[in-house]
Design a protein around this ligand. Structure first.
Ligand SMILES: *Cc1c(COP(=O)(O)O)cnc(C)c1O
Length: 351
C-alpha cells in the first residue's frame, strides 16, 4: 500500500468548508476597513493592535522560507508546536477509532494531545541506547495507525535518532511520520526539512521556544508537503498567531547572527557542563546530548532534586520515567547558573 493523503485524512476534515475570515474575503488595497467589527478608534495600546492579524502569517513565512531554504507553501505556523501536535491529531485521527505510536521516553505532549483527542496511544519503547526499536515499531503499526511521532534530538534523553532508522520508518510506514526537531539547532545532525520532497508522509516540527529563545511568544513551525500544510491551515483557528507574536517573531528573524552566537555558546557550555558532571562524585552516567539540556544518571536523584529545590534551583526530575531511572534532566543555563548548580550538587555529594 502506498501513501494516500486523501484516504488518510478524516472524512469530516476532507469535506470541511473552512471558516472564511474578513481578512480572507478581502485582500487588496483599501483605506477604510469596516468588514471585521474591529474597534476603528484604536486601542489603549498602539494603533496596530485594534486590527486582526494576518491569518496566513505571510511575512514570517516568507522570511522563514529564505532562512530554511523551503517554499512558504511548505511552512505552517502554530501557537507553539503544541498546537501543531493537536492539529495533526485532528486532521488524521478519528477519535475512538484510530491510534498513534510514540517512542518513550519522549516529549509528554504527544500522549496528552492524543488522549484529549481520544486517540489510542501505542508505545514502542526506545532501546537501551535510546535509539528506535524498529522491529517493535513495525509490529505495533496496524491499519488504524495514522501518525508515528519521532523526536530528534529526543527530549528527555538528548540524543539524536539514527538517520537510517528514521528513513526506514519514513519508507515503510504509509501514515504520517512526524519528526519533532525542537532541539535541532543544538545538534550535529542536519534537519529533515531538505528531505521533504522525498517523503510525502513527512512532517518536520521546529519551534521558536528553544534556540530562538522565544518560548513566551508561542510560535511553532511545521514543514510538510503543500497538501498537508493546506489541511493544517483549514483546521487551525484563523488567528492562531497574535499580531504581537507575529511582529516579534519577524523581528527576531532579522537576528539570525545573534541567535547563532547563542547556540554556539550554549553548545560550548553544554559540553563544559557535561565534563564537570562526568568528574563529579555521585554521577553515574552523563548521556551525550545534541540538545540544550543534559540527562544525568546520579545517586539519590530524587533527594538531589529536593536538595536543589531548597537552594532555589529547579531541574526536571525524570527518575520515575522508564529507561531514565535515577535521572535528572538539566537545562544548560547561564555561566553563573551552571556554577550555582554544580556547587549545589557538589555540596550534596560531599556533605
Ligand atoms: C520544548 C519542546 C517543544 C516546544 O513546544 P512549543 O509548544 O513550541 O513551545 C516541542 N517539542 C519538544 C520535544 C520539546 O521539548
Amino acid at each position: 500500500m502506498a501513501f494516500d493523503l486523501d484516504k488518510l485524512t478524516r472524512d469530516n476534515i476532507r469535506k470541511l468548508v473552512p471558516y472564511s475570515s474578513a481578512r480572507d474575503e478581502f485582500s487588496g488595497e483599501a483605506k477604510v476597513f469596516l468588514d471585521a467589527n474591529e474597534n476603528s478608534l484604536g486601542s489603549p495600546l498602539t494603533k496596530w493592535y485594534n486590527r486582526y492579524p494576518d491569518p496566513h502569517q505571510r511575512a514570517i513565512r516568507e522570511k522563514l522560507s529564505a532562512i530554511k531554504g523551503i517554499g512558504p507553501e511548505h511552512i505552517f505556523l502554530g501557537n507553539g508546536s503544541d498546537e501543531c501536535i493537536d492539529l495533526l491529531f485532528r486532521c488524521f485521527c478519528e477519535p475512538g477509532k484510530d491510534n498513534t505510536i510514540i517512542c518513550p521516553p519522549t516529549y509528554g505532549m504527544y500522549e496528552v494531545s492524543a488522549n484529549i483527542n481520544d486517540v489510542a496511544v501505542k508505545k514502542a519503547l526506545l532501546l537501551e541506547d535510546f535509539q528506535l526499536d524498529l522491529v517493535h515499531l513495525e509490529n505495533l503499526a496496524d491499519a488504524n495507525t495514522k501518525i508515528i511521532w519521532l523526536c530528534s534530538p529526543n527530549n528527555p534523553t538528548g540524543n539524536s535518532l539514527r538517520r537510517e532508522d528514521v528513513e526506514m520508518v519514513l519508507n515503510n510506514f504509509d501514515g504520517i511520520v512526524v519528526i519533532d526537531e525542537a532541539y535541532i539547532n543544538f545538534a550535529r545532525q542536519k534537519s529533515f526539512i531538505q528531505d521533504l520532497a522525498d517523503y510525502p508522509n513527512l512532517v518536520v516540527m521546529q519551534t521558536f521556544s528553544k534556540a530562538w529563545g522565544l518560548a513566551g511568544l508561542r510560535v511553532g513551525m511545521a514543514f510538510a508537503s503543500e497538501a498537508i500544510i493546506e489541511l493544517l491551515g483549514r483546521v487551525k483557528p484563523p488567528y492562531n498567531i497574535s499580531q504581537a507574536s507575529q511582529e516579534l517573531a519577524l523581528r527576531a528573524l532579522e537576528e539570525v547572527g545573534q541567535v547563532n552566537d547563542m547556540i554556539r555558546l550554549l553548545v560550548d557550555m553544554r559540553e563544559a557542563l557535561s565534563e564537570v558532571f562526568r568528574s563529579m562524585p555521585g554521577v553515574e552516567k552523563v548521556y551525550p546530548s545534541d540538545a540544550n539540556f543534559i540527562l544525568v544518571k546520579i545517586r539519590d536523584a530524587r533527594q538531589v532534586y529536593g536538595f536543589l529545590l531548597e537552594k532555589g534551583i529547579v531541574v526536571r526530575d525524570r527518575s520515575n520515567v522508564k529507561l531514565c531511572e535515577d535521572c535528572l534532566r538539566i537545562t544548560v543555563g547561564t555561566e553563573q547558573e551552571n556554577t550555582m548548580l554544580v556547587n549545589a550538587m557538589h555540596d550534596w555529594y560531599t556533605r
